[in-house]
Write a protein of this length. Sequence first.
Length: 188
Amino acid sequence: MDEALALWSYLAREPLLWLTLTLGAYVAADKLSEALGRHALANPVLIAVILLAIVLRATGTGYDTYFEGAQFVHFMLGPATVALALPLYSNLGQVRRVLAPMLAALLAGSLVAILSALGLAWALGVRGAVLLSLAPKSATAPVALGVSEAVGGMPTLTAALVILTGIIGAVVSTPMLNALGIRDWRAR
């Protein structure tokens, strides 16, 4: 038992362990999501976050220690966000045809997301850096972290809010759009 504890103490300080566990948790979560028919509640990111939270809690590992190893995933958010432009470029003709309504929807959605979050938080008494951390929560992680830092927010809190917003959006949006009868892939 002492040997196992000593081994864990050593491994827990090694950054590669946390990167491996992060990727392993996501792969396991994705397999589970696939086995459950990609149901909205079986979101692989949500499942991976829960698995990692259980491991961190069970081992008494702090977020700073975890992030030392998982920061490579954080670093890859930038290139992954840029890669999102590839499907847009591949469908540039279609994007141009619907550019005006698409930009109007993005602008309206962005304003509603920002103002509703800030308004609700303000009404609940949230102030200062926490309030500023809420504003960019609906953007992609690299953009949100940059905005949060620039306006005086707390990037770590913003990162958690971005993930939470993404998970809630993924879990709620598909059933909601189905219930509303919205089938057009451009709206989805």
